[in-house]
Design a binder for this molecule. Structure first.
Ligand code: NI
Length: 219
């Protein structure tokens, strides 16, 4: 048991490293100017390995209250019997989010029916100002019929971001209309009881994730 926790923590630390790399690359690609500095405090994932052995919780994820794409208030209990693939982003995102959500759709369709039925893919907005439930509904429908879109008040969004240690930052730029939201881009694989099973960086392919998810569910 302890061995598994250590593996998850090592995986997380590697993930955070890759994440910073990805954030850096996104800064370069998506934002021609505008300097962002992500403080390490924004993505604080450190956990002592001297925790009691029974404790499997990595501290990622947890209770939330959000508004789904149908305007209904939902909590973690609405998905209690489901594995979850959770991705944070915003519907106005020009490149990263559509690519990732397309990948989620492809991998969901790639899974056998029995496995796919156990998983709910969830897209969480880090831009509730523009991502109203209506906007989210039109957006998630483009990708996969099972994809849930969660948004809410700024407070609700801040709270779920904190639980998942998600970094995002609004970036305004005189050269472009509106604003961009720079954000971390991991896909979180969560167990039915909301423990982190795996974190997939954006370099992972649909094939790789589908294979891994299937193996972990049948473990
Ligand atoms: Ni994005």
């Amino acid at each position: 048991m302890k061995n598994r926790l250590v593996r998850i923590i090592i995986f997380l630390l590697i993930g955070v490293g890759i994440g910073y790399g990805i954030i850096y690359l996104q800064d370069q690609q998506e934002l021609k100017s505008g300097v962002i500095t992500a403080s390490p405090d924004d993505v604080k994932i450190s956990r002592s390995v001297e925790e009691p052995e029974e404790e499997q919780n990595t501290g990622i994820g947890g209770p939330f209250e959000m508004i789904n794409q149908d305007g209904e208030t939902v909590t973690q209990d609405n998905y209690a019997d489901q594995y979850k693939l959770v991705f944070f982003g915003f519907s106005f995102c020009p490149a990263v989010c559509p690519t990732e959500l397309q990948k989620v759709a492809v991998l969901m369709n790639q899974l056998d029916e029995e496995t796919a039925a156990k998983i709910t893919p969830i897209f969480v907005s880090v831009d509730p100002e523009r991502d109203t439930p209506d906007v989210m509904k039109k957006y998630v429908e483009q990708f996969h019929p099972k994809l849930v879109g969660l948004t809410g008040s700024q407070e609700q969004v801040d709270s779920i971001k904190q639980s998942y240690r998600v970094y995002s930052s609004k970036v305004e730029n005189e050269m472009m209309e509106g604003y961009m939201v720079d954000h971390s881009s991991f896909l979180y694989f969560m167990s039915p009881d909301d423990n982190l099973i795996a974190l997939y960086p954006s370099k992972d392919t649909a094939d790789q994730i589908a294979t891994d998810v299937k193996a972990k569910i049948s473990e």
